[in-house]
Design a protein. Structure first.
Length: 114
C-alpha cells in the first residue's frame, strides 16, 4: 500500500468507488473519464508502480487477464471485441503510478492509437 496513491485509496475505500469486480487480488471499476462506452480499470490490490515492478513467478498479470475475460463476458462485449491496454511510464502516458489495465469496448477502437 502506498499512502498517497489514488488507486491504493480506491482499494482502501477512502475514495468511494463502485467496484464492478473484486476478488482477493484485484478490483475493477469504471474510469472516471471514459474514452469508450465500456472503460473499466483493473488494478491489483497490492501497490506495484508499473509492470516493471512485477517479478518472475508473480502471476498478477495473468490473473488480471483472466479477470478481464470474466468482465467482458459479464458486460456482453466478448463477441464484439475490446482492447486491454497497459500504459507504462512517460512515453506510455501513464498518469497513475499504480499498475493498471484499461479495458475498452462498446465501439470500434482505432489502431494504431495516437
Ligand atoms: P493512465 O493514464 O495512468 O494509463 O490511466 C489512469 C486512468 O485512471 C485514467 O484513464 C483516469 O481517468 C483514471 N482515473 C484517475 N483517477 C481516477 C479516480 O479517482 N477514479 C476513477 N474511477 N478513475 C480515475
Ligand atoms: Zn497504489
Amino acid at each position: 500500500m502506498s499512502q498517497d496513491c489514488i488507486f491504493c485509496k480506491i482499494v482502501r475505500k477512502e475514495i468511494p468507488t463502485e467496484f464492478i469486480y473484486e476478488d482477493d487480488l484485484v478490483v475493477a471499476f469504471n474510469d472516471i473519464n471514459p474514452q469508450a462506452p465500456v472503460h473499466v480499470i483493473i488494478i491489483p490490490k497490492e501497490h506495484y508502480e508499473s509492470i516493471l515492478s512485477v517479478s518472475a513467478g508473480d502471476d498478477i498479470i495473468g490473473h488480471i487477464h483472466l479477470v478481464a475475460n470474466r468482465i467482458v463476458l459479464k458486460l456482453g462485449i466478448a463477441k464484439t471485441g475490446f482492447r486491454l491496454v497497459n500504459n507504462t511510464g512517460r512515453d506510455g502516458n501513464q498518469t497513475v503510478p499504480h499498475l493498471h489495465y484499461h479495458l475498452l469496448g462498446g465501439r470500434e477502437l482505432l489502431w494504431p492509437p495516437g
